[in-house]
Design a protein around this ligand. Structure first.
Ligand SMILES: Nc1ncnc2c1ncn2[C@@H]1O[C@H](COP(=O)(O)OP(=O)(O)OP(=O)(O)O)[C@@H](O)[C@H]1O
Length: 243
């Protein structure tokens, strides 16, 4: 099967000659979910921003459905189907939930009703202005808007930011279902390591910008020592992982 997203020898960073992510390679088939893990400052967000075209890679290549894509162009990446769930939520605060969802819809994307099936809470709040939702509800709406865009690749950066673990626990299975239902490849950055591993098929751990381990998520979940070694190295206590 052709991978949806193939990342080959990718290096990324904010200045030429100063890569903070080095030589990352992976291939994600349709409907596969990859947990991207690692301590604070490991380079997870930098990698996601590069996949989304918001940063130009410093080296390596990206292929979508087996064909190279022009990197460093967020508009092109998004049109091609690489969708980042923005952490600033980028909602139209004066418009209702329904209007926010409808405006995000792309050809081939789910309908508003289908997205509400994933997130019943949005259905209850459908006539409320997005600006009047709670922080958690806004996060859910941002995710719903990403679903509406019919992503081939969905990039999720720290859903747990500002959300109670119980909310994250309920949202990750929805991301999983969406990937299964629509064949969307997902890259999931998440500090709640075990929740992420329970959701994902594969996991990659970054430390200091380099991949320290990669493999089936279930294997990593069952081997805390390997995970901890990859995650923390000798500097136990670094980062804010929730094991
Ligand atoms: N806008 C920026 N300009 C320059 N350097 C940056 C910028 N943003 C992040 N960095 C640096 O890039 C490195 C990787 O940071 P990044 O935010 O990608 O890590 P992360 O794994 O997502 O961490 P966290 O879990 O804390 O979000 C860090 O050394 C960080 O200081």
């Amino acid at each position: 099967m052709t991978a949806t997203l193939t990342c080959t020898g990718l290096s990324a960073g904010y200045r030429r000659g100063h890569a903070c992510v080095r030589d990352v390679s992976f291939a994600l088939e349709p409907g596969r979910v990859m947990a991207l893990l690692g301590p604070n400052g490991a380079g997870k967000t930098t990698l996601l921003l590069t996949l989304a075209g918001l940063l130009s890679p410093l080296g390596g290549r990206l292929d979508l459905d087996g064909a190279p894509i022009r990197t460093g162009n967020a508009r092109l990446a998004s049109r091609a189907g690489i969708v980042l769930v923005p952490d600033d939520r980028s909602l139209f605060t004066g418009l209702t939930v329904t209007e926010n969802l409808r405006l995000a819809r792309r050809k081939g994307g789910p309908t508003v009703a289908e997205v509400i099936d994933y997130f019943p809470r949005l259905g209850e709040r459908r006539s409320i202005a997005a600006g009047r939702l709670s922080g958690g509800e806004q996060q859910v709406l941002a995710l719903g808007r990403a679903f509406m865009q019919a992503p081939k690749v969905l990039l999720v950066d720290e859903l747990s930011m500002g959300l109670a673990p119980v909310v994250v626990e309920s949202l990750l299975p929805i991301v999983r279902s969406f990937a299964d239902d629509r064949g969307t490849a997902v890259v999931l950055v998440e500090q709640h390591v075990h929740l992420a591993l329970a959701t994902a098929d594969v996991a990659t751990v970054l430390r200091h910008g380099e991949v320290t381990t990669t493999g089936p998520a279930a294997e990593l979940a069952a081997d805390p020592e390997r995970l901890e070694q990859a995650y923390l190295g000798s500097a136990a206590g670094a980062g804010t992982a929730v094991f």
